[in-house]
Structure formats: structure tokens, C-alpha cells
Design a protein around this ligand. Structure first.
Ligand code: PGA
Length: 252
């Protein structure tokens, strides 16, 4: 019988959000205060430019702040990049690595994603490592094979459940309003759990596996009830406090 894992509801703002967006965090914090202690951990990953500001805004609330990416190196000549240590310095606790948009837009490989997760760990951050198949891969019946390969290549050795989260995000479900059936989600999450336990033993039992891709208040409860779904990574619906709170509330 799987033990109860405290869910994580993580918002990925992507390339959205200016300083004025802190109002959404204030609103979210107010809703959380009114609703009582959330049954899950709550995280917002804004663009790097406002990580520090939102950390200040979220002070005293259960809302943690994280980055959306970090460079694989700790520091150095990498113009325009942000290091894990810089995010940590601003008060971030988490960083997303290997999101499919970075894999696609920036050609990020499993090897690079693994290096980023290792750097995140060295900086004291929890790494949210993303995996997920494209529509073509799913149509070919290769989804599980792709995910096994991504997990193998993207996860560092010897991970601890406290500092590593896996997010399963089928690429075709991101921003499309389409989601897999709960049976399909269950199948993939079961396979991810199996791979985690095989490689990491007891720690693998405890690693949080998030589902991501068109999660919204109306489908959150159903998706979060699936076995081995230990939270959600939310894009579009995390931008508005009302929607995001709806998803947080669904995790109870
Ligand atoms: P979405 O994005 O919720 O807008 O589909 C999810 C993600 O990419 O993390």
C-alpha cells in the first residue's frame, strides 16, 4: 500500500509576469490564510526577474517560490543565464529543470537536465525534473519507453525524495486543454514509480510525481485522485490566484 505523500501544487508562470503580478501572490496568500492550512505544499515559479520580489510578497504565507530553469554550471561566463545559487540567494527553494519547452526551444538533452538537477542540489534547491512524451511518440506506442529513457538520463544518482520531484507532462497536453485519460495518467505514473523504486529503493517510494498539462480547477480533483499522482505542475491556470487556489483546494 502506497504511503501518503504530501502533494505539491506548483505553478509555472513561464515567460509571464511583471512586478505588478505580485498582486496575484498577495491574493493567493490571502485565500490560503482564509482557507486554513493547505493539505499540500504550494509553489509558484515566476520568471527569474521577479523571484526575489515574489519571495518578499509571499513572506509569512505557505507559498514557496522557485525558478523555472538554472544553468548547469555554478557560475561563470554564461551571458544571460541564471545559476541555481542565484535563485537560492533570492529565497527560491525549488527549480524546474528539463521542462519540455526548454528541451524543445533550447535543445536541452537528458544529460544537460541531469547536470542542472545536480547543480540545483548543490545549491540547496529541490529540483523538479520534467519528463513527457510528444504526441507522435504516444501515437507510436512509445510513451513509456521515452519516459523511461528520460528518467534514466535526467535524474542524478542517489537522489533524495526531499530534494527531487518528478513531473510527468505529456507535451501534447501542455497548454492545449487536452489531458490524457485518468487510466493513461495512472499507467504512466505507475511506471515512473516503478523506475524510481528500482533505482532509488525506499527514497523512490517517497519521491513526489506531479502531473502537468492542462490542469485546471475543473479537472484537478480527478487528476489528483489518481494513484501515484502526488501533485500538479500548472501552467496557464497558475497565473490567476482564483484558478490556482481552486487547484490547491482540490488537493485536499
Ligand atoms: P499548462 O502548462 O498547465 O498551461 O498546460 C503546464 C506546464 O507546462 O507546466
Amino acid at each position: 500500500m502506497a504511503r501518503r505523500i504530501k502533494p505539491l501544487i506548483a505553478g509555472n508562470w513561464k515567460m509571464n509576469g511583471l512586478r505588478a503580478s505580485k498582486g496575484e501572490v498577495t491574493k493567493l496568500a490571502r485565500k490560503l490564510a482564509r482557507g486554513g492550512k493547505p493539505a499540500c505544499d504550494v509553489l509558484i515559479c515566476p520568471p527569474a526577474t521577479i523571484v526575489g520580489l515574489l519571495k518578499e510578497t509571499a513572506k509569512g504565507s505557505p507559498v514557496a517560490i522557485g525558478g523555472q530553469d538554472c544553468h548547469a554550471a555554478a557560475s561563470g561566463a554564461h551571458t544571460g543565464d541564471v545559476s541555481a545559487e542565484m535563485l537560492k540567494d533570492l529565497g527560491a527553494r525549488y527549480v524546474i529543470v528539463g521542462h519540455s519547452e526548454r528541451r524543445a526551444d533550447h535543445g536541452e538533452t537528458d544529460k544537460l537536465v541531469r547536470a542542472k538537477a545536480e547543480t540545483a542540489h548543490r545549491a540547496g534547491l529541490t529540483a523538479i525534473v520534467c519528463v513527457g512524451e510528444t504526441e507522435a511518440e504516444r501515437d507510436e506506442g512509445a510513451a513509456l519507453k521515452v519516459i523511461r529513457r528520460q528518467l534514466k538520463g535526467s535524474l542524478p544518482d542517489g537522489i533524495a525524495a526531499r530534494t527531487t520531484v518528478v513531473a510527468y507532462e505529456p507535451v501534447w497536453a501542455i497548454g492545449t486543454g487536452r489531458t490524457p485519460t485518468t487510466e493513461d495518467v495512472a499507467k504512466v505514473h505507475k511506471e515512473i514509480r516503478k523506475q524510481l523504486v528500482k533505482r532509488f529503493g525506499d527514497e523512490g517510494e517517497k519521491v513526489r510525481i506531479l502531473y502537468g498539462g492542462s490542469v485546471k480547477p475543473s479537472n484537478a480533483a480527478e487528476l489528483l485522485a489518481v494513484e501515484n499522482v502526488n501533485g500538479a505542475l500548472v501552467g496557464g491556470a497558475s497565473l490567476k490566484a482564483d484558478d490556482f487556489y481552486g487547484i490547491v483546494a482540490a488537493s485536499a
